[in-house]
Design a protein around this ligand. Sequence first.
Ligand code: SF4
Ligand code: SF4
Length: 116
Amino acid sequence: MKNWGFKISKPRVLDFDTANLDAYNRLIEKVPSAHRCLMCGACTATCTANLHTTFNFRNCHLMFRRGQFEGLAEELDKCMLCGKCKLVCPRGVNTRAIIYNLRIVLSDLNYKKIEL
Ligand code: SF4
Ligand code: SF4
């Protein structure tokens, strides 16, 4: 077979059959506006933590929706909860509350002990 020097990546779509939706539903209970996120990335573009670290809220939210929890709590620790991202969100998503509650949910799932 011809080697083209690249391969087709596995699709990164949200698989509702395998994703841990219990955890996501817990988040939605606490922060209903999380449903409205369309992953535009405006929050990440304005984020102060993103300027100085690798923190990417959009990516963290997407990982959580997919049920990919490994390393997520450590990433969320980089957020200062300043709330700038919430001010620019075109969908009125309470991003700050998402981050706060993600830390709690991940701690409950034993992905990391936290100090709130
Ligand atoms: S700005 Fe709002 S809609 Fe866009 S990715 Fe961030 S939370 Fe989602
Ligand atoms: S609350 Fe967190 S994610 Fe939002 S702008 Fe501030 S540091 Fe970034």
